[in-house]
Design a protein around this ligand. Structure first.
Ligand code: EAT
Length: 448
């Protein structure tokens, strides 16, 4: 069988320290900010019923109105340090920030197009200020970059004619130059978050995406790039023709969370999520349901319990401030994380049978399993069934390590933890100190 030339070049997870850091983040922040934020999903009193950052594509958006709007981009209250401090208080450990969304507007003074912040009233290098401020707060920065660029006349959705291919060659060079610029200007960047790579033009550029990814990683050793970037020579994305993930982690979990561990196929992964049902850029009207802090904490626990990270999106207003609902969520989530982050940071899939009360996470390289409890049963008895060859040595509330909880043994491999009678108004964490023992796992038996 032919060997795939431009498929994955690694099978399985990356084993380097940069990826181990990424794996342990637990919680991240996404920020979508740009010209689209000026509209907030609305024009002349009518609301665009799609994601607000897509408003340029709205049939009711007259040509030119969007493309001249950048002349009004002047965020008088933008303060990257305030953003970074809010993120720090929330407890996020990485941020992904939009340098250029599908509309092509660059939030850094790119040398390769005039459609940038340098030609807006703002003039500040927004990307630099965000990278510097978050790095100073100890939050790792990843740069979002949309390959699809509606403003660049050389962008093509498909390559049907010779002219298409000639134009797209120029476009690919432009893309390489902008990415080089971003990595050279903002070297603190830990990774690139690619988007807008689903069209045929990109799917037909598999060899180029392979070469470009290798070039970027040579330029910036340790760089982390997800599976949404590459295509193989047959146009496959995320997973190549032999079924191997292309990229350092599975980047397909957008507004959805895997149901079971089997769904993640042993890959690293993170989920990026909106607070409203959809919409990443600022929206004047949040249509439909807005997630509560408890929902967001449960999604975070769910992701970490399945070996991933949870990334929550914020859409700053045109003036550079956040809407009150987002500020409140960051504050409330941060209060919970301040007390309970041991169960989120540097934790992984525990491999124990899921129970109704909530989620297990396991501290990497330690004999500690955490129970993140969202649903206290009326019996107050929490069932615990460790994985094979693992015993629970001791159990206690994370907030009361001195008060051991009683474990009532059930059948051979399960126990009940009897909760003290109290009002449980917040999700809470129980620590299980574990040790080897009990029923030998099949492989252990085989070894003896
Ligand atoms: C992280 C998210 N990805 C972009 C996007 N565009 C899409 C078009 C079709 C289906 C899904 C999409 N996600 C959204 O605009 C946002 O940036």
């Amino acid at each position: 069988p032919k060997v795939l030339q431009h498929g994955a070049h690694r099978v399985g997870k990356r084993t380097d320290v940069e990826m181990a850091t990424w794996r342990g983040y637990g919680m991240g922040q996404f920020i979508h900010w740009g010209v689209y934020s000026l509209f907030g999903g609305e024009l002349n009193g009518n609301y665009y019923n799609g994601a607000a950052e897509w408003i340029r594509s709205w049939k009711d958006m007259p040509n030119g109105v969007y493309d001249s709007a950048y002349k009004q981009f002047n965020p008088s209250s933008f303060d990257a340090t305030q953003w970074a401090k809010m993120a720090k208080q929330m407890g996020v450990r990485y941020v992904t920030f939009t340098t250029k969304h599908h509309d092509g507007f660059c939030l850094w003074p790119s040398k390769y197009t005039d459609y940038t912040i340098a030609n807006s009233p703002c003039k500040k290098d927004i990307v630099k200020q965000v990278v510097d401020a978050y790095t100073k707060e100890g939050i790792d920065v990843y740069l979002y970059f949309s390959i699809m660029d509606w403003h660049n006349p050389d962008w093509r959705y498909d390559l049907k004619t010779k002219e298409d291919s000639v134009a797209f060659e120029r476009f690919k060079l432009f893309t390489k130059k902008q990415l080089t610029e971003l990595l050279q200007q903002y070297p603190q960047t830990k990774g690139l978050w690619f988007d807008g790579t689903w069209d045929n033009s990109w799917k037909k550029s598999g060899a180029f995406t392979d070469t470009l990814e290798q070039y970027l990683k040579t330029l910036h050793p340790g760089l982390i790039i997800g599976s949404r970037f590459r295509a193989d020579e047959f146009g496959n994305r995320h997973v190549d023709a032999t079924g191997v993930l292309m990229g350092d982690y599975e980047q397909g979990w957008e507004r959805k969370i895997p149901k079971t561990y089997a769904d993640v196929h042993g890959n690293d992964w993170d989920c990026v999520m909106t607070i409203p049902e959809n919409g990443w850029g600022y929206q004047k009207k949040w249509l439909g349901h807005w997630k509560t802090t408890n929902e967001i904490l449960e999604m975070t626990a769910q992701c970490v319990s399945l070996g991933g990270n949870f990334v929550l999106n914020f859409g700053p207003k045109p003036d550079g401030t956040f809407r009150p609902e987002e500020v409140e969520i960051a504050k409330e989530a941060g209060e919970w994380m301040k007390i309970n982050n041991a169960a989120i940071y540097n934790c992984e899939y525990a491999g124990w049978e899921k129970q109704d009360w909530g989620y297990y996470t396991k501290k990497t390289n330690e004999n500690k399993v955490y129970m993140i409890v969202f649903n206290v049963p009326v019996s107050r008895s929490l069932k615990v069934k460790p994985s094979k060859n693992t015993l629970v040595d001791k159990a206690y509330l994370l907030t009361a390590p001195g008060k051991t909880l009683s474990l009532e043994k059930l059948d051979y491999d399960a126990s009940f933890i009897q909760l003290p009678s109290a009002q449980y108004k917040q999700p809470f964490v129980i620590v299980l100190e574990t040790k080897e023992g009990g029923e030998k796992s099949d492989e252990q038996k085989a070894k003896t």
